[in-house]
Design a protein around this ligand. Structure first.
Ligand code: HEC
Length: 164
């Protein structure tokens, strides 16, 4: 009996270092993942390589909700059937979230559309150059990026980088 108990104690302590190493590995891995760029909001949003501050994002949210949400949706969901022109041949507003194609375009192009309006002859997209300041247009584009997933964000950052 005594011998048996000693044995089981021995085998338990034999595993202890393995368990400690496993915990350290998992903990270390999670810490690395958390601090690596591209993990959730840990990554700062940039426009043309310049970081957007929390204050700018808050400004962008106000600008978006006041000027853009009526067409593009409060969560950037766009208008229904946005790929199908209406009876006058005018396209509905596209989504700005991951389901749309805003994230396919470089920052400079998106800022151009916001300033000058849509490129289609009968576009419903107004130009905001006389309504919003440059700072407000950068802020609203920063806010639109909060609708994207990590993949869309990384893709669009690459497109912007390549276009500069
Ligand atoms: C009256 C409705 C309307 C409002 C208000 C509006 N948009 Fe649009 N927007 C559209 C339509 C429609 C399109 C697509 C048609 C086109 O490009 O000609 C569009 C396209 C865009 C695009 C290009 C998207 C892409 O995938 O190519 C951007 C960026 C954009 N809008 C940003 C904004 C921002 C920012 C605001 C607010 C400051 C805003 N829009 C307000 C209707 C609107």
């Amino acid at each position: 009996m005594v011998k048996q108990r000693q044995q089981s104690k021995q085998s338990r302590s034999h595993y202890t270092p393995v368990i400690i190493i496993a915990i350290l590995l998992i903990g270390g891995g999670l810490t690395l993942l958390f601090f690596s760029p591209g993990f959730g909001q840990a990554q700062p949003i940039t426009i043309n390589g310049q970081s957007i501050t929390d204050d700018q994002l808050a400004l962008g949210e106000t600008v978006y909700e006041t000027n853009c949400a009526a067409c593009h949706g409060i969560e950037g969901e766009g208008q229904p059937n946005w790929k199908i022109p209406d009876q006058n041949g005018v396209l509905p507003a596209p989504p700005h979230d991951s389901t749309g194609h805003t994230w396919h375009h470089a920052d400079e192009q998106l800022l151009g559309i916001i300033a000058n309006g849509g490129s289609m002859p009968d576009s419903a997209m107004p130009g905001y150059q006389h309504i919003l300041s440059d700072e407000e247009m950068v802020a609203v584009l920063g806010y639109i990026k909060t609708f994207w997933g990590m993949q869309e964000y990384d893709f669009q950052q690459q497109v912007t980088h390549n276009s500069n």
